[in-house]
Ligand binder design. Structure first.
Ligand code: TGC
Ligand code: FAD
Length: 391
């Protein structure tokens, strides 16, 4: 197979600044050279290449839009292009970067004390330290507002009790951003350090999706943390949901990368695979699939570019992020399934990246708010009627 050729049917390249193109190309080259040669082995073993985390730090991807603390202070479009290129490699690679950036560094930066920022942000930026984000619980996924995890004030600290499930990078994290309710029923964020007595992690095995990514359970049993580990500047569900805006934004871009990889691979295959004496790409039904893919990818590229420009202007609404997350993951998943189909039997083996992307995208469709939850967020926005409330 040839190298990736880029997928840009509408000349969107011309809408990017020189700096944005350079950043994208640097990450693209890094993924080709350093990550893709390793991914099949990690996907088979169900492991994440943790040795690459400091290299991602050197590349400047962690907290890339933040200013200070060793962060790159890039535009949101540049950050989106980074997510696109990482997920062209694997959704698990983009996950590692988006959890660290959007779900760990962002809350510390936006809601944390100066001491918390000084302590954690520089090392999270370099990848010397790893973070995770604990919101989902065994009984509360789509409705995190009903969480059971409790933080009880006791003496000079808080005592945490509860369980968080499906937590990316949970067992390798040096710090967990954990969302828990206090006695007043309000949700607050807490920084729980690895090794704190009463804090345990357990990895989830048997996954058929996101195999090259660590997913864990976090448990807190009378886990005592100091007062200064509470994030002082946020209260309520708006705290974690504010972080999710950042990560969902990255996913909307990342999904485009996974779709581009699948389309590019299927196109090359269709041009080379001969059946009935001609390339399968010459058959009308195969062309129809390829045309659907490139059309949806082009629309998705334009959607995230405008999303990024709005974010850079400070004019982005969370509901717009929901529309892009919902749409782009759906078209990426459909693109991956069509690419798998075009490749026939060859589409089911990991010699080609398509089946890996297809399986990963099943997770991406679910996490950070399922496709249907985002549909209902947009539905609430346009109708003014709330599908989530009891009334
Ligand atoms: P609702 O009444 O809508 O809102 C409660 C409060 O939150 C505010 N708010 C937001 N604030 C910032 N950004 C947003 N996107 C916000 N959406 C809502 C809202 O204004 C309100 O504030 P206040 O001050 O008035 O109280 O809350 P609800 O309980 O009705 O829930 C709504 C719903 C369903 C949309 C929400 O719960 C939701 O988004 N559920 C999905 C859960 C989810 O996305 N979980 C993701 C877990 S993390 C993860 O998956 C990481 S994967 C990482 C990886 O590996 O990449
Ligand atoms: P449920 O909420 O039980 O939903 C099940 C089904 O019911 C879905 O189809 C859903 O759309 C539907 N449904 C639910 N409510 C409604 C409704 N009101 N109307 C219509 N349909 C509805 N979480 C974290 O906190 N941190 C992480 O780092 C993290 N990483 C993850 C990594 C992986 C690999 C995976 C798979 C998940 C991860 N998650 C993480 C959890 C993820 O956010 C949740 O799985 C997701 O929010 C959905 O919750 P659930 O799985 O409990 O599904």
């Amino acid at each position: 197979m040839e190298k990736f050729r880029g997928v840009d049917y509408y000349g969107i390249e011309g809408l990017l600044s020189e700096e944005e193109r350079m950043i994208r190309d640097a990450v693209r080259d890094w993924v080709e050279a350093e990550f893709l040669p390793l991914v099949t082995e990690h996907h088979r073993a169900g492991t994440f290449p943790v040795s690459l985390i400091p290299k991602l730090g050197e590349l400047g991807v962690f907290g890339a839009t933040l200013k200070g603390y060793g962060c790159a202070g890039l535009s949101n479009v540049a950050y989106g292009l980074i997510m696109q290129e990482l997920e062209r490699g694997d959704s698990g690679l983009r996950s590692a970067a988006s959890v660290q950036s959007g779900l760990v560094m962002y809350p510390i930066y936006s809601y944390g004390s100066d001491a918390q920022k000084d302590r954690w942000l520089p090392k999270l930026a370099t990848g010397e330290k790893v973070g995770c984000f604990g919101l989902t619980e065994p009984d509360h996924g789509s409705d995190p507002g009903a969480m059971k995890t409790r933080a009880r004030r006791a003496g000079d600290g808080y005592v945490l009790n509860g369980t968080k499930l499906w937590i990316t990078n949970g067992s390798i994290a040096d710090v967990a951003v954990v969302w828990a309710k206090e006695d007043d029923g309000e949700i607050y964020g807490f920084l729980v350090e690895k090794g704190t007595p009463g804090f345990g992690t357990l990895d989830i095995h048997g996954k058929f999706s996101m195999r090259a990514s660590i997913t864990s359970e976090l448990s807190f049993q009378d886990c005592k943390i100091p007062l200064e580990n509470k994030l002082p500047n946020v209260k309520g569900l708006r705290g974690p949901l504010g972080c999710l805006n950042q990560a969902r934004y990255g996913i909307a871009w990342g999904a485009v990368g996974a779709a581009m990889a699948c389309y590019d691979w299927a196109l090359q295959y269709a041009q080379q695979r001969i059946q009935f004496g001609k390339p399968i790409g010459a058959f009308q039904l195969v062309q129809q699939k390829l045309v659907w893919m490139i059309t949806e990818i082009t629309k998705a590229q334009l959607l995230v570019l405008q999303l990024g420009r709005l974010k850079d202007l400070g004019a982005l609404r969370p509901q717009q992020v929901s529309m892009a997350k919902m749409n782009n993951v759906q078209i990426a998943l459909d693109t991956a399934r069509l690419a798998r189909d075009i490749m026939g039997a060859a589409g089911i083996v990991d010699e080609h990246p398509v089946i890996r992307h297809m399986l990963n995208l099943e997770t991406v469709n679910t996490y950070e708010g399922t496709h249907d939850i985002h549909t209902l967020i947009v539905g609430r926005d346009i109708t003014g009627l709330d599908a989530f409330s009891a009334g």
